[in-house]
Ligand binder design. Sequence first.
Ligand code: PRX
Length: 658
Amino acid sequence: MATEQTTGQPSESISSVLSERRKFPPPEAFSSKSHISSMEQYEKLYADAAADPDKYWGELAGQFHWFKPWDSVLEWNAPFAKWFNGGKTNISYNCLDVHVNSWRKNKAAIIWEGEEGNERILTYGELHRQVSKFANVLKIAGIKPGDRVAIYMGMVPELIIAVLACARVGAVHNVIFAGFAAHAITERVNDSRAKMVICADGTRRRGGSINLKNIVDEAIVNTPSIRNVIVLKVTNEKITMHDGMDHWWHDLMGLAEDECEAVQLDSEHPLFLLYTSGSTGKPKGILHTTGGYMVHAASSFKYVFDIKDEDIYFCTADIGWITGHSYMVYGPLLNGATVFMYEGAPNYPQWDRFWDIINRHKITIFYTAPTAIRAFIRAGNEWVTKHDLRSLRLLGTVGEPINPEAWMWYHKYVGQEKCPIVDTWWQTETGGIMVSPMPGATPTKPGTATRSLPGIMVDVVRKDGTACEANEGGYLVIKQPWPSMLRTIYGDDERYEKTYWSEFPGMYFTGDGARKDDDGYIWIMGRVDDVVNVSGHRLGTSEVESALVSHEAVAEAAVVSRPDDIKGNALVAFVTLKDGYEGDAKLRDALGKHVAKEIGAIAKPDEIKWAKGLPKTRSGKIMRRLLRELASSNEIKGDVTTLEDIGVIENLREQEDE
Ligand code: PRX
């Protein structure tokens, strides 16, 4: 059995070679207590939602607090959507005030554990107080509805406080993953013209710390829009506070009132920007808005994670990615759930940190990425088996295809063969989960995210847009607008239209290859564009290429991926050097460091190969398909007739044999 890694341009046909026959019905003990407890119930919900989407989404939206009701559920002026238009709400109000006005006031909203084992618990009441205070801080600093605020900090509760405070005053938060380098901050701040950066002095990582404030200092030399930086003290780094520009979080919080009414915002008011990689070198600012995002983040969380008030839910994602936004902050808090948040690395101080956490805190739902699961498998079963994981009742995965053997391991060793696994397919752009088992209803098969959620019309189509037959590989599309869809790419409606809505007219193109099996289950076959998933994180190969080419020694670079046991994909860079530079180990090391500095350590190529020339078509386009084949097998099987100079390939292969 093999999982085919699909790569190449959409014009190429896709074939799938995966066949997986194991099937796991949900355990009766789980189904009998779940929100959706049978396939009949799911099918009915799905059919009703398909027949009358406005009614379906309208009823879900009705479960939230609206200061003013909406005029229409959906206004669709393709490809631009307005959900619950005319309605006024506030997502921070729905995450906090609604619960504070109920018995949940003293329920734990966040249970946090630091890398060193220290703990903090914030009840809904306390979180509400802190968010209100920080919202006042933002207002005093002149932040107005619609202003963009960049947030750059590690996994501490104040990150959630900052996010919710922005939402409370109508500011548009842009969380920047704390693993990104200064250049990435500059790029995002300038693209969004952010007024403020909220950061920490540092963040803990594997017993040490990383100075974040210094990185911010370096980044904002070139960002004219930034007026203030608010700095949270976390690690006691040595930093410089600049008069007039920099302010301590604790000083400002000390002065702020702890009551701040949530601003009544239009349903379509922008909520956040999150930058993600595309096929070009420039990251895209994915724009999500308020009402529709709220409705789908909350309802998908409720159904997919079958959330109950007694649960303690642990999501291992960083809030710098969409999973952290939708399923650590908004989805859980909108449902009044208890979220467990961990600050540090999964293997600190040892490989059993997560299992130890699950045992000590009696975690009931655990959501992580396949890359982490593969790393745990490699570390050895004993790290898992020595802990009592009986509190767990549901497991989830996200971010990339999970290979069936990793699924089986997760099922056996972590789920003790009793926990359903929800393999959830979605994207930064979709805002919430689109394809996933309903854990109390859907029989699962290792390696598939199964079927789409009610109200979500996902399909697999051919190049001409017609639906594929069962088991025919094709392109994953979404045929109807959904409430948490991105509204645009910030400041670039044209790119939005071109990237997502032009490949298959009238349909949203996900960029993924997929097939449906005989049961209608969707099997994701990977990206079909120049975007790769490395350790569950999305990277545009062209971004890495741009970083390489910005080094003085590099004339040209092409970056492709090859399958990797742990990371899913590894990055292989083919680099042509300028005259006078020697391709040696020292330069290889320097280029790796240069990419880490430009983008972040996750983008560092796993391999750098020196190339005298790159294979190109006669029109000058780099033939990445050939490089991908070389990177994974050192063999070229595909068609090379369009290649301008066959000698280039021979040169690359010779280097391989050296
Ligand atoms: O290729 C798909 C893969 O991750 C891409 C989206 O990446 P990003 O926007 O960073 O969001 C990741 C977290 C939601 C998709 O186009 N992907 C995500 N989840 C799965 C997946 N591939 C297979 N199975 C999944 N469950």
